[in-house]
Design a protein around this ligand. Structure first.
Ligand code: ZN
Length: 278
């Protein structure tokens, strides 16, 4: 099942994609797609709804973040072999973990707002994990049972703040609009294997990143298990899982986003995003 939230920022309504890819209004049945709706039994109940009976939503509607009330926004760094190589860094022995501010979350097609004076704002296409049930010290073999589903995400990154402002990558990753997630949450029933997904990012029509989640160093199950050893993962938590090769920082010469650029992203089963840089 593919779940989304549509409408103006702060006033989104829950919705689902039907078999034809049309948006159906779920608001008569679900108040909002809050973390408690991501529990396995709730997702099974949602999957049983006959979507054809629900009202259609105008295809041109704004699409918000697919889950309301997200409490933790966690990120994994350097998790693709070829990206670690382009960064000139050794493959990490354990996952690199940082956080993005909750306030950086934005809709799939919302504008990316360049921070004041920024000359090094960069793109990072990523697979996002959405947690469905509380995970504490789970084994890799049990980890996917705690996942509700997956989203497309752009881990927008201001490299000067990330690298040159004295520690903690989160500084460069937390500006408002730096966390587009969506358009929809595809449940694990819709995406049973998260390690076989093609992904592509373009800037102004030119392909910059083209990879597959099979290039991940630490796969989804290992990431969820690893994080749960030292923190409790809560329903609705979003974990972005690292970006493949092809970021602007790794280019020679380096390339960064400027006003007027258009960034387009897609991952198999997870839809597309289009962001204008302003
Ligand atoms: Zn990233």
């Amino acid at each position: 099942m593919k779940l989304l939230r549509v409408g103006a920022a702060g006033a989104e309504k829950p919705a689902a994609l039907d078999a034809q890819g049309r948006i159906r209004d779920l608001s008569a049945l679900v108040p909002d797609l809050t973390p408690d709706w991501l529990a396995p039994e709730r997702l099974r109940a949602l999957a049983a709804i006959d979507l054809e009976q629900l009202p259609l939503v105008d295809a041109g509607v704004r699409i918000g973040v697919p889950v309301a009330g997200i409490r933790q926004f966690i990120a994994i760094g350097l998790n693709y072999r070829k990206h670690a190589e382009e960064s000139g860094l050794p493959l990490p022995a354990e996952p690199i973990v940082f956080t993005k501010a909750i306030t950086s979350l934005s809709g799939a097609n919302d504008d990316i707002v360049l921070p004041k004076g920024s000359e090094q704002t960069d793109w990072e296409i990523e697979l996002a994990i959405v947690i469905g049930s509380t995970a504490r010290s789970v084994a890799p073999a049990d980890a996917l049972g705690h996942v509700a589903g997956y989203c497309l995400a752009n881990d927008v990154s201001e490299r000067h703040w990330q690298i040159h402002r004295n520690g903690q990558w989160g500084k460069g990753k937390s500006f408002d609009s730096f966390g587009p997630v969506g358009p929809w949450l595809a449940t694990t029933a819709a995406v049973p294997d998260p390690q076989v997904l093609d992904m592509e990012l373009r800037v102004n029509g030119e392909v910059k990143q083209a990879s597959n989640t099979s290039d991940m160093i630490f796969p989804v199950a290992d990431i969820v298990s690893y994080l749960s050893q030292f923190m409790t993962l809560l329903p609705g938590d979003v974990i972005v899982t690292g970006t493949p090769a092809g970021v602007g920082l790794g280019m020679k010469p380096q390339q960064f986003l400027k006003k007027g650029d258009v960034v387009e992203l897609r991952i198999d089963q997870l839809g597309t995003q289009t962001q204008r840089v302003v």
